[in-house]
Design a protein around this ligand. Sequence first.
Ligand SMILES: Cc1cc2nc3c(=O)[nH]c(=O)nc-3n(C[C@H](O)[C@H](O)[C@H](O)COP(=O)(O)O)c2cc1C
Length: 362
Amino acid sequence: MPFNTALTRKLGIKIPVVQGGMQWVGYAELASAVSNAGGLGTLTALTQPTPAALAAEIARCKALTPHPFGVNLTLLPALQPPDYHAYAQAIIDSGIRIVETAGNSPGPVIRQLQAAGCVILHKCTSIRHALSAAKLGVDFLSIDGFECAGHVGETDVTNLILLSRARQSLVGGVPFIASGGFADGQGLAAALALGAEGINMGTRFMCTVEAPIHHNVKVAIVEARETDTELVLRGWRNTSRLFGNKVAKEAVKVERESVSGAFEDVAPLVSGKRGREVFVNGDVDYGVWTAGQVIGLIHDIPTCRELVERIEREAEDTLDRVGSLVVGRGSRPREKQPPPGEVGTDMNNPGAELWGIGKQKL
Ligand SMILES: Cc1cc2nc3c(=O)[nH]c(=O)nc-3n(C[C@H](O)[C@H](O)[C@H](O)COP(=O)(O)O)c2cc1C
């Protein structure tokens, strides 16, 4: 059964599951497989060396799926930042109308994308940042808890609190999806119960057949526990959650013991270049790579279709089971739900037609 949430309605997808942007992982193979399975696949703009290369990757993804997919554009502090506006323009010119933004000072890029009619899902790790993004008029907030892979922020609030804070602070305003720590349908059901319109997953999608990374990385995830991640670069207020391999542990040690406190002491260990190489050569200790605490919940390497369909089934079963726990409702009326509304009318979204959502009341 397709789900009916603000996310599925707006994006024209069947299951409210988004594959978050992933550097060196978010290529057309993965994004198209997620979209073909009924979720929202996402290309990662900065995996491409130039805006022109991104346009080519978008074209490749379009050839692999007739369903909607998005592009992630991450704005990170850098001595020589990429030309974010040029990447945004490539997204717009390629006809993409769903963009996941993340990172610092996203205002100008978000405004550029909004002017072209893009639906913006903005990812943030604190309520303060969520409220700023809400002021920019983003369509969805992606609330990334402390469990998440990658940039966890500096407030260390896990999703059980953060999602309810989002519901309490933003209710009546911008809808949100839950990100960080999700791997199964029980998680999706929990997120919906907490007020989210869907979930965003990174690490779980890394560990699928179609993720274009070395098999050894997927096996390392399957064998890991939830305690096998490390937080690095805390000292520079740029904290990242990484897979707890030899290099990440060494980076934490150097960071803790460094007398100078200089970034140069730790820089060679956290090199993104060596991390990228891990995904190609399969030596999981060659460099640092990103993973979330959810590794403890991952026990197999399914196809994206198997995974998304399993999540759908588990979420339905969980919601049914939890619903059946309420007995003797008596005369108390159910809270009124908003009408399902039309899907994709504002973005000519093919998914709405294909999944047949929004055409009839579900
Ligand atoms: C390998 C990897 C690379 C990632 N790279 C990015 C990125 O470039 N930009 C971004 O916004 N998020 C990035 N993320 C974060 C994901 O989009 C997502 O927010 C996060 O994985 C959610 O937590 P989870 O792993 O527990 O599902 C990355 C995650 C992983 C696992």
